[in-house]
Design a protein around this ligand. Structure first.
Ligand code: PRT
Ligand code: ZN
Length: 284
């Protein structure tokens, strides 16, 4: 009995997907140029597929679970439920127009020709906003469509924005914020569900660890209370006496988003010799 997972064969999600499994302690055999492989130390079979095919495979139950971008999942509109957002492959699906043109809200798109690889999502967006426009579905290099007269505007994925910039386009509407997600088939049996729970538990531990840092600092004893009040920690910080009388060492965990703010406050409160170390796994 194995859980079957579909991941991208090559492309932007491939490395992060394999890396995530690795961080979950799942070592894959011979990943290069294979259609499928097995894990050595977890009952997992891995299928390597084009990302566009993953939602269908998971809906059909050919794969039990998959890793795919929300953009593809929603565009394909298949019955596969999101189990966990994975925090990589972040991008957005946006409408962009030639930089020289004025934009006065969604009504400016009325009657326009929109080039996109996401006809379903664009159509939904237009319908929701009561705008009539012509969708031209193209599968790649969408951003060049206005320049060659194929369309007036585009709806495409954006991450840094440099592709739009290089093609003389500006972003005017965001249709969807997307990241890679773990999806599941809706009819897993009890045993498959148990394996999925085990995998998700590991993924959450890895994600928490990546979002947190372990911090150690020294402080004079009369400053320790104030320093503790600045530290969220998992329960409460560990405080240990130093060999030098009147001093303590304080250990805690800080999340990435508040990290720099809290470090500054700690310094101001009298913390010294602050050490910050990565956490490999976090089980709470
Ligand atoms: O062969 P296969 O079909 O599996 O791969 P693919 O070519 O369809 O997809 P791939 O590997 O390019 O992308 C896989 C997934 O990565 C996408 O479905 C998104 O979920 C996610 N992702 C994240 C992105 C981007 N960021 C991204 N920037 N996918 C594509 N892009 C492209 C975008 O289409 C545009 O051409 O990058 C360009 C824009 O990037 P910036 O940085 O210039 O804005
Ligand atoms: Zn694709």
């Amino acid at each position: 009995m194995k859980l079957r997972i579909a991941i991208q064969k090559s492309g932007r999600l491939y490395e992060d997907s394999v890396q995530l499994l690795k961080e979950c302690g799942i070592a894959l055999r011979n990943v290069k140029d294979r259609l499928k492989t097995e894990a050595d130390n977890f009952p997992l079979e891995v299928f390597f597929l084009r990302d566009d095919d993953i939602p269908q495979y998971v809906e059909d139950g050919v794969a039990d679970i998959g890793i795919v971008g929300e953009n593809v999942l929603y565009e394909k509109n298949k019955k596969a439920a999101i189990v966990e957002k994975l925090g990589f492959g972040k991008c957005r699906l946006s409408v962009a127009i030639p930089r020289s043109q004025q934009y006065e809200g969604i009504r400016s798109l009325e009657g326009k020709r929109i080039a996109t690889s996401y006809p379903f999502l664009v159509n939904e967006f237009l319908a929701k906003n009561n705008v009539q426009a012509e969708i031209h579905e193209i599968s790649g290099s969408v951003e060049i469509a206005p320049g060659i007269g194929l369309a007036d505007v585009v709806a495409d994925l954006v991450s840094s924005g440099s592709t739009l910039l290089m093609n003389g386009l500006k972003e005017v509407e965001v249709l969807l914020q997307s990241q890679a997600v773990l999806v599941r088939n809706n009819n897993l049996d009890a045993e498959q569900q148990k394996l999925l729970d085990k995998l998700v538990f590991r993924i959450r531990s890895v994600k928490k660890a990546n979002n947190n840092k372990y911090i150690l600092l020294n402080a004079p004893n009369d400053k320790v209370q104030e320093i503790i009040s600045l530290l969220p920690g998992m329960k409460s910080p560990t405080v240990l006496p130093l060999a030098e009388a009147g001093w303590s060492s304080v250990h805690s965990v800080l999340s990435e988003d508040t990290f720099w703010d809290i470090i500054e406050q700690l310094k101001a409160a009298g913390a010294q010799g602050i050490l910050v170390v990565p956490i490999e796994k976090m089980i709470i």
